[in-house]
Design a protein. Structure first.
Length: 361
């Protein structure tokens, strides 16, 4: 059995405020986990309890079958990378990377070799004698990353390490972190509010809201099969409709919609969600042939947003706004434009159906 990390019934309270509310998770050795959620959801508090910077109110942090709640951060041998880089400004790149190794009183030769390996890993060998102020934000963050990796920590924790960087550098560093994790086979726990970042690098994503884990799963499952409408809304974009379901038909007041979900014959309040890429758009000519005519509605394109490979359409249906995404080539072939009257089709199998208690918060 590997050196797994377990959170059991983990809870953090500040007086009457519960920041983290009885959460459980098993993280396998070598796994890349992302905690994803809005500001104030408790994700950084979970990270700080794992590192030992925050005391645990209830529950356990277990590493390698040992409860480590009372171990001070230094004894846990976990690495951490902060959003702010926290490099020593009066030390060169190589001195910054060597700092943790010197604190552990490692032999000079071993330190020099380890620093060389770390600089090679991030492609900054030629920058070893520069100071942090002479580096770009992306270079500084790469140095912070390998400084945390240099002592060979059991687990590396990353607290929103990319959020201060511009978009292009963020993309490059995201790929760099993933490459390093796969190369070193290191357990990594990454905290972010950026859904695209979480989905692109994690083996599993933990979606948090209000101090609780709302869903834990592979990125594709989180996106395609959200278990509640908070996840459907926070991860990606969804169109939401509220209504009353009887069997496979949902009455949303202005119209009825067929869904491919076996429902009981009794009436039940539900929320429907459908992803923009699953909404089909047709020019307003002859009504198209569709499997379920009930789900074909008329609308008008109000806004066209070019997004590179895809084009996002904001469509008005009886005063409601619906978002549809189509690929750029198809958009051009259909000669669609703002103000066009169109048909929209909602495939019954594309709807996610949530009981109203799971409603969007």
């Amino acid at each position: 059995m590997g050196r797994d990390l377990k959170l059991e019934n983990l809870t953090k309270r500040y007086g009457h405020l519960t920041a983290v509310d009885h959460v459980d998770l098993e993280i396998q050795e070598g796994e890349f986990i992302c905690f994803l959620g809005p500001s104030g959801c408790g994700k950084t508090t979970v990270l700080r309890m794992i590192t030992g910077f925050e005391t645990v109110t209830e529950g356990k942090v277990i590493f390698d079958n040992r409860v480590i709640n009372d171990l001070i951060p230094k004894k846990r041998e976990f690495g951490i990378v902060f959003q702010s880089y926290a490099l020593f400004p009066n030390m060169t790149v190589e001195e910054n990377i060597a700092f943790g190794l010197k604190m552990r009183k490692m032999p000079k030769k071993v330190i020099a070799e380890r620093v060389d390996v770390m600089l090679d890993l991030i492609g900054l060998s030629g920058w070893r004698r520069l100071y942090p102020a002479q580096l770009s934000g992306g270079q500084q963050q790469r140095v912070a990353l390998v400084r945390a990796l240099a002592p060979d920590p059991q687990v590396l924790l990353l607290d929103e390490p990319l959020s201060a960087l511009d978009a292009k550098i963020r993309l490059r560093l995201r790929a760099e972190i993933k490459r390093l994790q796969q190369e070193l086979k290191k357990t990594m726990i990454h905290v972010t509010h950026d859904q695209e970042e979480a989905l692109s690098i994690a083996d599993r994503v933990v979606v948090m809201e209000g101090g609780q884990f709302r869903q834990v799963g592979r990125p594709i499952d989180i996106y395609k099969n959200p278990t509640c409408s908070f996840v459907a809304d926070f991860v990606g974009t969804s169109n939401f409709f509220k209504g009353s379901r009887t069997g496979d038909v949902v009455d949303i007041r202005k119209r009825k919609i067929k869904v491919k979900k076996n429902g009981a014959g009794v009436e039940e309040a539900v929320s429907l969600a459908i992803r923009p890429e699953n909404v089909e758009v047709f020019k307003k000519e002859a009504p198209p042939r569709v499997d379920e005519p009930m789900n074909l509605v008329s609308g008008r394109i109000e806004v066209v947003v070019f997004q590179g490979a895809a084009v996002r359409l904001l469509i008005n249906i009886d005063g409601e706004e619906v978002i549809a995404d189509i690929n750029e080539k198809e958009f051009g072939q259909r000669s669609l434009k703002r103000g066009d009257e169109i048909y929209l089709y909602f495939p019954p199998e594309a709807f996610l159906v949530f009981a109203d208690g799971e409603g969007k918060k």
